[in-house]
Design a protein around this ligand. Structure first.
Ligand code: ADP
Length: 598
């Protein structure tokens, strides 16, 4: 279970994390760093007010008992300390506010990255785990930029305090260093062990959290409600939930069991330190090597030395621990691209697409789902891709749309490998409507135009063309009507067919030269599917079009038909050419389905 390898040295990680976060944070949140450094200085000075003044009071009480002097010393302690505390706590509050802003900032950056990362990562378990580790690492465990820099600020303040008390102790009670140092080394060793346990657990917990998130989402999302009820999946879901819950509890228990003996050792070490300190300083005072005032001063200097040194060690360990968690975020943000991207501009000419001996195997599998596929598509041609389920039709389109890179052969646009083109420019050529298209819980309009500006007339025309005019105009808010009920009680649930029409409108609105329609919906009967293709084909006009189906709905009006079978194009030609091939796949399919299309 504990399969953690030390991938990178602690120092390298700290450096990488600082290099990634701090320039960005400093650019956007200068005020935070101003408050932080001011607080460092005040924190460092604070304990010295007491350390320097208390012995003066004690020696004054044991000596001349000058009331004016005593009042002045007391005032310095009370007022000086009070004012410093007040300012530092105000600075602390201001910094907390920045903390929230910084967290939101980096969460937003991560969401953007998730939305823009290469599609195939969304099917890659490693990438998904990395995203979860980044999310929890950044927000919970590291405390974000605030969590990390706070440790840095504290480390600086503690270092300054240490230098101050070291000078005092060196003058009056040098052996105090030895007592403190030995026991501190012991404490640090234990704490390092304790941190290691937590870091080890983090990876396991991230994975469990991801599964939990999925179950939590599915269990409570109404959209899944139907399937859960119909198939009686509630028991199965709850059972799974309990299984993972137990795994999670085991992980926490493992942590707690490992921590217990370490915590006890830490307590023993504290007792030993106090005993040593009192014994040593007591002897110095009794033998009159130091005054009573200095005895008390050394006690507090010793305790400040110990606590500051311990805190400094703690800060360093926390910095290492927290940067380790935050490093998951850095790794995620720099997750290697899944596909190659170039810089070549797409020329403004009629485009020719060519698959040349293309083969493909999905990542982490060893089955060739496309094997030596070659086909050419000229601008304006309409290609029908047919074949049984699992033949490789959708994969063919996924490669064309750069969701994956071909593993063999090449795909060319205007004679140039598509990997060489600027990704965004290339992608702008396509408007696909995938089988599993998703509409958002936003307005109808937002679903169609996404982040583009909508010309109302154009939008209305499009809605009319896809056959949604009556439906949309029956709503009070028209195209501003919200889909689904996630954000709006008055949101509307569209039927599957209507949702598809919106998806088609979205594809057409994009005005790209190539449109792709992937099996409108398996739930449609062949005649309804034929109708959708036919209507779509008139809307598509002179654009290049690719229609995918395990049926022959679109074959009649397409220029060419590619018949996929077991990852290869078995037959290619027009309807008339293919239907006469004796024993041909197409001819057989047509014979079986002809009743629908005659
Ligand atoms: P079709 O669209 O013709 O029904 P697909 O292109 O969807 O066929 O699938 C072709 C083959 O690739 C199938 O055997 C399918 O199980 C497999 N496949 C599809 N997607 C993935 C994936 N993400 N990872 C692994 N195998 C996949």
């Amino acid at each position: 279970m504990k399969d953690k390898k030390k991938e990178t040295g602690a120092f390298t990680i700290v450096k990488a994390v600082l290099k990634y976060f701090f320039p960005i944070a400093f650019r956007h949140f200068k005020g935070y760093f101003f408050c932080g450094f001011t607080k460092v200085l005040l924190d460092a000075v604070n304990p010295f007010i007491g350390i320097m003044t208390t012995p003066l009071i004690i020696d004054e009480l044991l000596g001349d008992r000058n009331v004016e002097k005593l009042i002045m010393y007391a005032a310095v302690i009370v007022l000086g300390g009070g004012i410093l505390n007040l300012i530092t706590s105000v600075l602390g509050i201001v910094m907390e506010k920045y903390d929230e802003k910084m967290q939101n900032f980096f969460t937003e950056e991560m969401s953007r990255r998730i939305m823009e990362m290469d599609f195939q990562h969304t099917e890659d378990k490693k990438a998904l785990d990395q995203a979860e580790a980044a999310r929890t690492g950044m927000s919970w465990y590291s405390g974000g930029v605030h969590g990390i820099s706070n440790e840095f600020f504290n480390a600086i303040a503690n270092a300054i305090k240490i230098v101050g008390v070291v000078v005092l102790i060196a003058i009056y009670a040098p052996i105090l260093f030895l007592i403190t140092a030995v026991l501190l080394a012991f404490n640090t060793f234990i704490r390092a062990k304790s941190n290691k346990i937590e870091i080890e657990s983090h990876r396991n917990l991230s994975k469990l959290n991801r599964i939990f998130g999925y179950l939590g989402w599915n269990l409570t999302d109404f959209r899944y409600g139907k399937d859960i009820r119909l198939y009686g999946a509630a028991d199965m879901m709850t059972e799974k939930w309990e299984t993972y819950n137990n795994l999670m509890l085991n992980e926490w228990k493992w942590q707690a069991d490992k921590h217990l003996p370490l915590n006890m050792l830490m307590m023993v070490s504290d007792v030993l330190r106090d005993t040593g300190t009192y014994l040593y300083l007591g002897i110095l005072a009794i033998t009159q090597k130091i005054t009573i005032g200095t005895f008390s001063q050394m006690l507090s200097a010793g305790s400040t030395f110990h606590s500051s040194l311990q805190n400094l060690m703690w800060n360093v360990q926390e910095i290492i621990k927290r940067t380790n968690y935050a490093y998951e975020y850095v790794k995620f943000m720099n997750y290697p691209a899944a596909i190659e991207k170039g810089t070549r501009k797409v020329e403004n000419i009629p485009h020719t697409i060519e698959f040349r001996n293309v083969s493909f195997t999905y990542p982490n599998t060893d089955v060739k789902v496309l094997d030596n596929v070659s086909v050419t598509l000229k601008q304006g041609e309409h290609l029908s891709v047919v074949g049984l389920n699992g033949a490789g039709k959708t994969t063919f389109v996924k490669l064309l749309c750069r969701l994956y890179d071909a593993t063999g052969g090449e795909i060319l646009l205007d004679g140039v490998n598509i990997k060489e083109y600027d990704y965004a420019e290339y992608m702008a050529l396509f408007s696909p409507v995938f089988q599993d298209f998703k509409l958002f819980s936003f307005s109808v309009k937002d679903n169609i135009v996404l982040d583009n500006k909508a010309d109302e007339k154009e939008l209305d025309l499009l809605i009319e063309q896809v056959g949604l005019k009556d439906k949309i105009s029956s709503f009070e808010k028209g195209t501003d009507t919200m889909l689904f009920k996630a954000f709006d009680e008055d949101g509307v649930e569209f039927s599957g067919g209507e949702q598809q029409k919106i998806a088609i409108a979205r594809a057409l609105f994009r005005k790209s030269p190539v449109v792709i329609l992937d099996e409108p919906t398996a739930a449609l009967d062949p005649v309804a599917e034929y109708e959708i293709y036919r209507q779509f084909d008139t809307l598509v006009g002179g654009k290049t079009a690719i229609y995918i189906s395990h049926r022959l709905s679109s074959c009649k009006f397409c220029d060419r038909i590619a018949v996929f079978s077991e990852g290869t194009i078995k037959e290619y030609g027009t309807h008339d050419e293919l239907v006469i091939i004796d024993g041909g796949v197409y001819a057989e399919m047509f014979a079986a389905q002809a009743q629908y299309y005659r």
